[in-house]
Design a protein around this ligand. Structure first.
Ligand SMILES: [Zn+2]
Length: 186
């Protein structure tokens, strides 16, 4: 696994493709962060500029002669794309032929479901506004900058029949349409 300097990562991005956005792994601390590129899915380690070797090892999947797992501690290396500026990550935005994907998580406090991109969430919000005839609906798009792949649209019981909406969306292969929203509007 490649280890690069934080300052290089900021300039040149992913060591393989140069994308500027990565999912952080569950191991980080002591100047070391494991990450996975959002674009090419390459795994790599980013080290703070003060250290030259990963503070944590990762399991290579290989065993030594005593049958113990072999861990590797990647050492910092020159960025393979040194001098080539990183590029912005573009989130994939798959769309059904009609309507918007919305994957229900079931009814809880409200009726929340996942959309596939920020753009898809914004289109769904627009649809909700049109159906309700409101500019500021209580149903809302939950998008957070630090979690760009965990985007939910949350329908509120004050505006929609949540049980019906949940059922119709599921029956329609997790696709919401204006017709379904209209039918479930309170
Ligand atoms: Zn990449």
């Amino acid at each position: 696994m490649i280890a690069i300097k934080w300052s290089d990562y900021q300039k040149y991005g992913c060591p393989k493709c140069g994308c500027n956005s990565a999912r952080s792994g569950n191991v980080s601390g002591r100047g070391t962060a494991f990450g996975t590129c959002r674009e090419c899915k390459e795994n790599f380690v980013v080290l703070s500029d003060e250290i030259t070797r990963s503070a944590f090892g990762y399991c290579t999947g290989k065993k030594d002669s005593q049958g113990k797992d072999i861990f590797e501690y990647p050492e910092v290396q020159e960025h393979p794309r040194n001098g080539i500026s990183c590029h912005q990550w573009v989130q994939p935005d798959p769309k059904p032929e009609y309507g918007e994907y919305w994957n229900s998580r079931g009814i809880g406090y409200d009726l929340s479901g996942f959309v596939k991109s920020k753009k898809a969430g914004e289109r769904l919000l627009k649809m909700v506004k049109e159906v309700l005839g409101k500019d500021k609906p209580e149903s809302w798009l939950d998008w957070r900058e630090y979690e760009p792949e965990w985007i939910q649209f949350k329908f509120q019981g004050s505006e929609f029949d949540l049980e019906r909406l949940d059922k119709l969306a599921t029956e329609n292969s997790n696709i919401l349409t204006k017709e379904i929203l209209t039918e479930c509007k309170i």
